[in-house]
Design a protein around this ligand. Structure first.
Ligand code: ZN
Ligand code: ZN
Length: 237
């Protein structure tokens, strides 16, 4: 089914240059070594900033041609096209809706390592889809990652180079602290911190015997970056 949504286009920003006119400087828009009205850039003076069509000094022909230049697709449209390859479902539908309403896409990281993605877009156990997003980050990189925040939710899209994009989301409302003591297990990667589990009596919620974890003073929080995904899911129910 074709998508009928009319995406807003982003106007192209042209570099600026000026020439001397009979009544002062004239500002032109530059594209590929010449102004849009056809003056070679070497015969003009380049100036910082972008061509402003509404400036009094703007060259009328450049204004006309700049206005006739088709805009570029917006980040919302580009991300929408990417996530069509993600699993269909309520999460993708909600993100498509948010993008159509113009929710900001920020940041959008490209060609990053899994470590860089993890440190810039925060994935918590408390997020819906976080486990799948985490698994996607274990495939071969590099990765793209984008974040979309609406009034109600924060979405994270992980875009591995070779596999389909994965969407994770969480409600922006803070979740109640779950009253489980936290227990740590060492990470297989010695330089990283341990994984934090929720301890419930003689085992963690994910089934590790309590005697194999180091119980720490604070309570388990699914918000912590090191929170075990299984414990986070089970603590939330
Ligand atoms: Zn011009
Ligand atoms: Zn656990």
């Amino acid at each position: 089914m074709p998508d009928e949504h009319a995406w807003e286009r982003v106007p192209v920003a042209f570099p600026n240059c000026v020439t001397a006119g009979p009544s002062g400087a004239v500002a032109h828009a530059v594209s590929r070594g010449a102004t849009l009205c056809g003056i070679p850039v070497r015969r003009a003076t380049t100036t910082p900033g972008c061509f402003a069509p509404d400036a009094a000094s703007a060259c009328p022909r450049c204004v006309q041609r700049a206005a006739a230049t088709p805009g570029r697709p917006s980040p919302q449209e580009l991300l929408h096209d990417k996530i069509l390859a993600a699993d269909a479902g309520p999460l993708r539908d909600a993100l498509v809706e948010a993008l159509k309403q113009g929710a900001p896409v920020h940041p959008w990281i490209r060609g990053a390592s899994a470590g860089n993605v993890r440190s810039s877009v925060r994935l918590y156990g408390a997020m819906e889809g976080a486990r799948q997003a985490d698994e996607a980050l274990r495939t071969e990189g590099p990765f793209g990652a984008a974040e979309v925040v609406t009034a109600a939710r924060r979405f994270v899209v992980i875009m591995p180079r070779y596999t389909r994009p994965v969407i994770a989301a969480r409600s922006v409302r803070p979740v109640a602290q779950t009253p489980f003591p936290a227990g740590l297990t060492p990470s297989p990667n010695a330089s990283a911190g341990g994984t934090e589990h929720a301890v419930d009596g003689d085992a963690t919620l994910c089934g590790i015997p309590a005697k194999q974890v180091t119980v720490v003073r604070h309570l388990f929080s699914a918000e912590h970056r090191s929170a075990c995904f299984t414990c986070a899911e089970r603590a939330a129910t």
